[in-house]
Design a protein around this ligand. Structure first.
Ligand code: HEM
Length: 442
């Protein structure tokens, strides 16, 4: 067999289904066509969607000479220096520079920033009445990245906090649209994006100008400015700006949304919540890590990761893929496969207590040479936010129906923003060493 079959409905109908029913649309296609099928999208063209574990493993293990990043990708929005845009050796060289600051051991330095930002945000939480938690987690993850990654303070911190949500929200929507062939002017969304990007570049230039004394600085920008490629050259300002924007765009909404799903799931599983609070009070972290892992399995915020095949007739499991075709891995479908995760719709963190997931089956961070570079950072951040939240507040359980998925462009968020009701805890045990939480699944 060369390629599987798929729906013949017009592209726009397929897009509409994918946008309005994230996950449900894919699950319906799997029911009809099996665990591999063809789809048509305006951005990726005719593409092969896979969810068979062996085929996913093979794709992630295939070298970049055969399977490169999906095209088009976020690089066209974030700039030519973005990790998403880079290929082959240039991508490898850039990852080599960026991996050290995101390594598990280095992350301990950022834990305090995340805890401080969480405490600051939680101070304004109302008690006893429902509110969506997502705007709160968005502010926490934005501020944490601005401080830990951009090393921003004072005026630059304030400017970026104002500018970046607009830039990233617009970019996230544009990422789903084909790039116009000609420039339609500054009043178009693309023109508006260009204006915001110019403002952003100006602030990053100010940050770099101010970064004269890097001694004692732990932030990722300081590390980028000190790092050197193998030929001894430094990153250019353009590369630094593209890469910082990439880290923010990739790491801000994804982490915030997962945290909103954590709250949404825990409020509907009071038994897990109870045990978790007791564990936090005792200074433990095993169940907390398992909860975060299980939430990422049942509510992955990114639907698909993709690779473009660069050689003709590539044999991927059962399929012969032509050169230039995009292959999309459906994260939700493999996470929802009963052969891989028994009783997959059940929220059951005990699947992961005391054990680490198989990184070719549990794939919220993608896989292979392009696996999320911020996975350990995000895991540390979610751990610290959840620990701080449960230490200072009681989450009130609910019997309301599960929140549905809602597509916000890149990430799938809980439709009501993860509604929460909280009460401030008056007494709680403070864990002795505030149990370090870095490094899980890094
Ligand atoms: C829960 C939070 C997060 C999720 C679910 C997530 C998910 C992903 C996924 C699915 C990919 C594509 C991987 C592939 O193609 O195989 C990716 C790539 C990436 N992520 Fe994350 N991410 C998260 C947090 C972060 C954070 C905190 C950062 C940085 C601060 C980050 C930076 C990146 C970068 C730079 C890439 C591109 C890697 C490359 O192309 O080499 N992500 N992420």
């Amino acid at each position: 067999m060369t390629l599987p079959s798929g729906p013949t409905t017009p592209v726009l109908v397929q897009v509409l289904v994918a946008m309005t029913q994230p996950h449900r649309g894919m699950r319906q296609l799997r029911k009809r066509y099996g665990n591999a099928f063809m789809v048509r999208t305006p951005v990726f063209g005719r593409a092969l969607v896979i969810s068979d574990p062996a085929e996913i493993r093979q794709l992630f293990q295939t070298g970049t000479d055969i399977a490169e990043n999906v095209e088009p990708n976020l690089g066209r929005i974030l700039g030519p220096g973005s990790l998403f845009a880079l290929k082959g050796d240039a991508h490898r060289a850039q990852r080599k520079l960026l991996v050290p600051p995101f390594h598990g051991r280095r992350l301990a330095a950022f834990e305090q920033i995340v805890e401080d930002e969480t405490v600051r945000e939680l101070a304004a939480w109302p008690e006893g009445r429902p509110f969506p938690v997502l705007p709160s987690t968005m502010r926490i993850t934005l501020n944490a990245i601005l401080r830990a990654v951009f090393g921003a303070e004072g005026a630059e911190f304030a400017d970026l906090r104002e500018l970046l949500p607009k830039l990233v929200t617009l970019g996230s929507k544009l990422a789903l649209l084909p790039m116009p062939k000609r420039d339609y002017g500054s009043w178009t969304p693309w023109g508006r994006f260009r204006t915001l990007r110019r403002e952003y570049d100006a602030v990053v230039n100010r940050l770099i100008d101010k970064a004269t004394d890097l001694d004692g600085r732990n932030d990722v920008l300081a590390m980028m400015l000190q790092s050197r490629y193998e030929d001894g050259s430094a990153m250019t300002r353009g590369e630094v700006a593209d890469q910082l924007l990439t880290l923010l765009a990739a790491g801000h909404e994804t982490t915030a949304t997962t945290l909103a799903w954590v709250v949404e799931r825990l409020r509907r599983h009071p038994d897990v919540l109870d045990t978790l609070v007791r564990e936090v009070d005792a200074g433990g972290k095993e169940l907390r890590e398992a909860v975060i892992t299980e939430v990422q399995r049942v509510r992955p915020v990114i639907d698909l990761v993709g690779r473009q095949i660069r050689t003709d007739g590539f044999q991927l499991g059962r399929w012969t893929v032509p050169k230039g075709m995009n292959v999309l891995v459906s994260i939700d479908l493999i996470h929802d496969d009963p052969e891989v995760f028994p009783n997959p719709r059940a929220f059951d963190p005990s699947r992961f207590t005391g054990t680490r997931p198989d990184l070719y089956q549990w794939v919220p961070f993608g896989g292979g040479t392009r696996r999320c570079i911020g996975a350990a950072f995000a895991t540390m951040e979610m751990n610290v936010v959840l620990r701080t939240m449960l230490r200072d507040f009681t989450l009130v359980p609910t019997s309301e129906p599960d929140e549905r998925w809602h597509s916000r462009g890149i990430a799938n968020v809980p439709r009501k923003g993860g509604l929460v009701v909280v009460n401030r805890r008056t007494t709680h045990a403070v864990p002795p060493a505030a149990a370090s939480s870095t490094g899980a699944h890094s």
